[in-house]
Design a protein around this ligand. Structure first.
Ligand code: UDP
Ligand code: MN
Length: 269
C-alpha cells in the first residue's frame, strides 16, 4: 500500500457529490496512491457508505469554524468558516505525505509527481498571486504541525475568515522562500477565472492537470438535463460550459448509479 494519499473534505451530503466525482477522476487518471476523505458528523450514513466504495479512508472529524462573519462577508461566502475543518488533514499521520484537494476539484491527468514536492507546495491564487490557493496543496501530516496551526488560528484568526487566509498567514514565506513550492498553475486551474486570459487558456488547455470550480457556482448546483445529459449554465458562466460538462460526464458514468432515488431527490439531482 502506498504511504501517500490524496485527501479531501466534505461537511455535508452536497459537497460529498464533489468528493465522489473527484475520487473517480483520480481513479480514471490511474493514481498509484490512496484516497482519504474527512467527513463531519453531518454527512449521512448512506453517503458515507458511497464514499467508502471509492475512498480507502473515510475519517470522521469535528467541525472547526472560524466564526469570522465580518471577513467572510467581505468574501460574500458566509459558508466558508467551516473550511477550518480542513486542518484535520494534518492528523492523518498514517501517511508520509499527502496532497489536499478541495471537493470541488477534478483531476484531468495523472499528477502523482506532486508527491515529490515538499510541504507547503501550492499554486498561486488568481486574484492575489502572492497568496497560494488552498484548494490544492502538498503537506506532511504531523500532529505537531496540526497543534501549531490551530494555536496560530486561535491567536491570529484568518485574514479572509477561511482556511486560505489562515494557511497563507501560517506559511507566510511561501511567495518568496522556495520556487519549488510554487506549483505550476496547471495543478489548480480556477475554472471560472481562466477565461480572463483566453489565448492562454486555448494555448494550455490540454496541459490542465487539475480543474478547480472555486466560487459560488459548484457543478452540482448547475441545472442538468438527465435525458440529454447536458448541463445548462446561465449566460454569465457560458464560457465554462465545457468544463462543467466534464464534471457531469464523470457523475453520470461513475456516480449516479450508486445513489438511491431517495438520495437524488433529497439532493435535487
Ligand atoms: N467545504 C465543505 N463544506 C462546506 C464548505 C466547504 O465540505 O460547506 C470543503 C470542501 O472540501 C470545499 C472546501 O471546503 O471544496 C473549500 O470550500 P470551497 O471549495 O467552497 O471554496 P472555494 O474553492 O470556492 O473558495
Ligand atoms: Mn474549492
Amino acid at each position: 500500500m502506498s504511504k501517500f494519499a490524496w485527501v479531501t473534505l466534505t461537511t455535508n451530503d452536497t459537497y460529498s457529490l464533489g468528493a465522489l466525482v473527484l475520487a473517480h477522476s483520480l481513479k480514471r487518471a490511474k493514481t498509484a496512491h490512496q484516497l482519504a476523505v474527512l467527513v463531519s458528523p453531518n454527512v449521512s450514513q448512506a453517503m458515507r457508505d458511497r464514499l467508502k466504495e471509492v475512498y480507502n479512508v473515510v475519517q470522521e472529524v469535528n467541525v472547526l469554524d472560524s466564526q469570522d462573519a465580518a471577513n467572510l462577508a467581505l468574501l460574500s461566502r458566509p459558508e466558508l468558516g467551516v473550511t477550518f475543518t480542513k486542518l484535520h488533514c494534518w492528523r492523518l499521520v498514517q501517511f508520509e505525505k499527502c496532497v489536499f484537494l478541495d471537493a470541488d476539484t477534478l483531476v484531468l491527468q495523472n499528477c502523482d509527481e506532486l508527491f515529490e514536492r515538499e510541504e507547503l507546495s501550492a499554486a498561486p491564487d488568481v486574484s492575489w498571486p502572492d497568496c497560494f490557493n488552498s484548494g490544492v496543496f502538498v503537506f506532511k501530516p504531523s500532529v505537531d504541525t496540526f497543534a501549531q496551526i490551530t494555536e496560530f488560528a486561535v491567536k491570529n484568526g484568518s485574514f479572509d475568515g477561511g482556511d486560505q487566509g489562515l494557511l497563507n498567514q501560517f506559511f507566510a514565506d511561501w511567495s518568496t522562500a522556495d520556487i519549488k513550492k510554487h506549483l505550476p498553475f496547471v495543478y489548480n486551474v480556477t475554472a471560472y477565472a481562466s477565461y480572463c486570459y483566453l489565448p492562454a487558456f486555448k494555448q494550455f488547455r490540454d496541459k490542465i492537470k487539475i480543474l478547480h470550480f472555486a466560487g459560488k457556482l459548484k457543478p452540482w448546483l448547475i441545472q442538468f438535463n438527465s435525458e440529454t445529459k447536458v448541463a445548462s449554465v446561465s449566460s454569465e458562466y457560458a464560457h465554462a460550459q465545457d468544463l462543467i460538462q466534464l464534471w457531469w460526464n464523470i457523475f453520470c458514468e461513475n456516480v449516479i448509479q450508486s445513489l438511491s432515488t431517495e438520495m437524488c431527490l433529497c439532493l435535487n439531482i
